[in-house]
Design a protein around this ligand. Structure first.
Ligand code: S3P
Length: 171
């Protein structure tokens, strides 16, 4: 099997679930935001502030593409990765895509105030979460081989559900 990609909105738990799943499947765990941070020596927030979102998106596409050379891994993707058509094609080509669903309210409760998500920071954060999620939902669904609703579940429970769904759909 090739990569297992976790996609979904900010706060869906992609990074935590990816770690748990990678341990269970005995695979490396990769975080696309971390590749970008390691390559640039800057945090996601700093990149957004200094160069803007489109520069970040270009780095994100390059980081995703670099995974075609990596051994089969569990990959946590940034929430906006699905917004570029080319990224959705690369995701489909390189592996099995798991959509972790979350509500805007749950996103804000989990990560809204921690200052690490530039797209949710500031007074417009609540509106941004709702409208961004609405705009992206169909993109997540279009690219996903599997969808798991995370609301009310612990990361371990989500990892359980993903692990069993993968056996059936992504072997
Ligand atoms: C983003 C999600 C973030 C990060 C950046 C942009 C988005 O990753 O890539 O802040 O557009 O949804 P997480 O989904 O891991 O928070």
């Amino acid at each position: 099997m090739s990569h297992i990609f976790l996609v979904g909105f900010m706060g869906a738990g992609k990074t935590t679930v990816a770690r748990l799943l990678a341990e269970r499947l005995d695979r490396p765990c990769i975080d696309v935001d971390e590749i970008i941070e390691a390559e640039t020596g800057r945090s996601v927030r700093e990149i957004f502030e200094a160069e803007g979102e489109s520069a970040f998106r270009a780095l994100e596409s390059a980081a995703l593409l670099s995974l075609q050379k990596a051994q089969p891994s569990v990959v946590a993707c940034g929430g906006g990765i699905v917004t570029r058509d080319e990224n959705r094609s690369v995701l489909k080509r390189l592996g099995c895509v798991v959509y972790l669903k979350v509500s805007a309210g749950e996103t804000l409760a989990r990560v809204g105030a921690d200052g690490t998500r530039p797209l949710l920071s500031g007074p417009g954060g609540v509106l941004a979460a709702t409208s961004l999620l609405e705009a992206r939902e169909s993109l997540y669904a279009a690219v996903a081989d599997i969808s798991v609703d995370t609301v009310g579940l612990s990361a371990e429970q989500v990892a359980d559900q993903v692990a069993s769904a993968i056996e059936g759909s992504c072997a």
